[in-house]
Design a protein around this ligand. Structure first.
Ligand code: RB5
Length: 149
């Protein structure tokens, strides 16, 4: 599975940890930055990863910022992105099974590295259940269509 990674400076250290974790498990990673702890603007990274995932170049994306909030809001502006900010394992599983989230967002200043890695693993290992959840995700797409005109 090809995974797009990205962070601003607030999520840089967590992204570095997650990158090493995923590479050790054999995932193919592309890092969309940032590449140093220097300050950058999270919307730029959220948009870049969001566009890459929405275009189908990557099956999934993982984004980190200080809280995970700004970068997930930014990615969610890209049509086709369903970015889920998760700080617990239950939400990580549900975001795949119910929402078909294609991007996971994490907050470096909110959760520890151990929990973040567990959330990442659960998120990557669980599949969308479809059925009634599929109808609801279709309604999300309908909202996008309405406002993209
Ligand atoms: C950067 O200081 C911080 O605002 C950013 O990483 C993030 O938390 C925004 O939502």
């Amino acid at each position: 599975m090809k995974i797009a990674l990205g962070s601003d400076h607030g999520g840089y250290l967590l992204k570095t940890e997650i990158k090493a974790h995923l590479e050790s498990k054999g995932y193919e990673i592309e890092d969309f930055g940032c590449c140093t702890p220097e300050a950058v603007d999270y919307p730029d990274i959220g948009q870049a990863v969001g566009e890459a995932v929405a275009a189908g170049k990557f099956e999934k994306g993982i984004l980190c910022c200080g809280t995970g909030i700004g970068i997930s809001i930014s990615a969610n502006k890209v049509p086709g992105v369903r970015a889920a900010l998760c700080g617990d394992c239950f939400s990580a599983k549900a975001s795949r099974e119910h929402n078909d989230a294609n991007i996971l967002a994490l907050g470096e200043r909110v959760i520890g590295v151990g929990l973040a890695k567990m959330i990442v693993d659960i998120w990557l290992e669980n599949e969308f259940l479809g059925g009634r959840h599929g109808c609801r995700v279709d309604k999300i797409k309908a909202i996008e269509d309405k406002f993209s005109k």
